[in-house]
Design a protein around this ligand. Structure first.
Ligand SMILES: Cc1cc2nc3c(=O)[nH]c(=O)nc-3n(C[C@H](O)[C@H](O)[C@H](O)COP(=O)(O)O)c2cc1C
Length: 344
């Protein structure tokens, strides 16, 4: 009989296999890996990664247990998909260069896509630029039957649309761009230059695909409003896990103003530094409709393949469930600013 997984075994298995590429710290906060990009760190001083964790930890919750909410509902509908949890897997690719290849790209793709699917959730696929790696992720997505694909903001709009088509043929339920990848000068060397997008260009992309269109990498109200003007269906408040620009604010700090402006008009997701179900609760209280988890799922995949990924998403979902009981929230829609100890 297989031994049941626990967090400790998962982390110690992962640590051996990650071979120093990720130290699997007690708290994944960007200190040990500062500047390690490529790698799993944040860029430069690592402050944008660290700030994500700090901003979230500064949010405090009102505990309340005098009420009748005994069995909260953590389910969510995301572009027609019924999910057991608002916690999805963030797009992360290039395991060879970022995590040392202890898991090959196809093994990582399988672990993330299947593990997330077993947990009743949805995994997002990034853009590895390399055609073969992209195909490996799409094959894994095809096997589970659904996923979300995020493409780099290439200057050539047609090449984005081609990638969207391929994604759709392989079961993508939504597609989008990580616009915060606009400054990746290495992409030019690979013959795929990237850059920022205008409202008109976003509109063109959103109108050229039949799938819901997502923009990931929004950190200001102005950019969020531009997305809404362009007909974007979903934004992800994200600084790419602090990997693209040093000294940004934490995503938890950017989220509430964006949500005040756009809640209900576009779907609002957020990522960056989320390390527990209670962190998920905080992000939803600040105005997100759902969240993405990044680095902890790399550790989970290394430590226990698909089962490890499933384990961690289930664990965070159980923690979210318990925190909903302790804040009197019957469902995700009831989680709002009232459960926080100060106004944001
Ligand atoms: C190794 C690694 C690779 C990543 N690759 C991509 C990518 O290809 N596309 C993308 O949109 N974001 C990418 N990201 C950013 C994540 O999607 C996500 O925004 C971030 O990791 C969330 O922060 P967290 O890791 O603190 O949870 C990557 C992050 C890491 C750590």
């Amino acid at each position: 009989m297989k031994e049941a997984l626990n967090l400790q075994t998962l982390k110690s298995n992962a640590k051996k296999k990650l071979n120093g590429y990720c130290r699997v710290c007690p708290v994944c906060d960007g200190r040990a890996c500062a500047g390690e990009v490529p790698g799993v760190g944040g860029t430069g001083t690592g402050s944008s990664f660290m700030e994500n964790v700090r901003a979230l930890s500064a949010v405090k919750i009102n505990l309340s247990a005098i009420h009748g909410e005994t069995s909260p509902n953590t389910t969510i509908s995301f572009f027609g998909q019924h999910l057991k949890t608002p916690i999805m897997a963030a797009p992360m690719v290039n395991y060879q260069i970022n995590t040392g290849g202890g898991l090959a790209e196809n093994e990582a793709a399988e672990a993330i896509m299947s593990g997330t699917h077993f947990a009743g959730s949805l995994a997002w696929v990034g853009d590895p630029v390399d055609e073969e790696m992209y195909s490996q992720w799409l094959e894994a997505m095809n096997r589970v039957g659904r996923g979300v694909v995020i493409i780099k903001p290439r200057l050539n709009q047609d090449s984005i649309l081609e990638a969207f088509d391929k994604a759709q043929q392989n079961g993508a339920v939504a597609v989008g761009l990580d616009v915060d990848g606009a400054g990746l000068i290495t992409m030019k060397l690979k013959g795929q230059p990237v850059g920022p997008k205008t409202v008109r260009q976003l509109m063109e992309l959103s109108q050229s695909t039949k799938l819901p269109f997502i923009v990931k990498g929004i950190m200001t109200v102005q950019d969020a409003v531009k997305c809404a003007e362009a007909g974007v269906d979903c934004i992800v408040v994200s600084n790419h896990g602090g990997r693209v620009l040093d000294h940004t604010c934490g995503t938890a700090d950017a989220l509430s103003d964006i949500a005040k402006e756009l809640k209900g008009r576009v779907t609002i997701l957020v990522d960056g530094g989320i390390r527990s179900g209670t962190d998920v609760l905080k992000m939803l209280a600040l105005g997100a409709d759902g969240v993405l988890i990044g680095r902890p799922l790399i550790v989970a995949g290394y430590g226990g393949n698909a089962e490890g990924v499933e384990f961690l998403i289930n664990k965070y979902t159980e923690e979210l469930y318990a925190s909903m009981i302790l804040t009197g929230c019957a469902n995700l829609q009831q989680i709002d600013g009232r459960i926080l100890s100060r106004k944001f």
